[in-house]
Design a protein around this ligand. Sequence first.
Ligand code: SF4
Length: 290
Amino acid sequence: MTDHPLQAWRDTLEDLGVMGLVREPMAAPEPIPATQVSRPAPHPGPRPVSRPTPPPAAASPRPGAPSATSSAPYVRPTDPIGCPPPEAVATAASLADLERAIQGCLACPLGPGRLKFVFGEGDPKARLMFVGEGPGRDEDLQGRPFVGKAGELLDKMIGAIGLKREDAYIANVVKCRPPDNRTPAPDEARACLGYLHRQIELIRPAVIVTLGATPLRELVGVSEGITRVRGQWKRVRVGDREIPVMPTFHPAYVLRQYTQDVRRAVWEDLKAAKEWVDKAVEDQGLKTED
Ligand code: SF4
């Protein structure tokens, strides 16, 4: 007969076959003399919440795209497709020849990350040329410059001075999309600038309108803030010509700052550019050549 409640509980567990999961009762500890009792350490506060370790960065969907965190210097290919020789660019007799010569370019780190090469488009003999910064997401998908919201606004801006998009030529400083639409790095812009120069030589525009700070800096060499210099005529020498340049805001900036002042400023800049084009045409191109 069981005469202790603990023993009764133990017998029950044995009957259930789970006794092995229960610890034997421990002997009561010897009392500690008061002089040896140590004060409990102050509570360390809430335990730090362990956050899940972020997964490793997803592999690039595009083969060969450089890692955003990679610090290894980019190695340019040496073949004439991946790195078109300057003479192939200089001797391209038409825009189509030039595009054929450079469309496989991987001369800077932007090349391996692109979906589509964005050469530029428009009238190959346009008197008015627009130069932006570089392709964004929509442009990278479609292989065309200034499509999407900013492109729609540019079309409206061109329409406001009585022209159509097809009357002008539209290109960018770089032909491949910078990741996350960041500003092209100076070495990327430099690697691509020869292509833009050859485009300008072949088109021979009367006026170039630069859209935003990057083309003004990389093409014209003016690093002042676009807010300060927009609307002020500049000049750029390309080949044997000096071409008037009208700096204005990028349409993406206009979309972000859609105020009457900003829209009026852009309209005045484009109106001045159009007036110069009309005058140059009237003077049979004499004003566009030095
Ligand atoms: S951005 Fe220009 S230089 Fe760089 S890979 Fe593209 S085409 Fe070549």
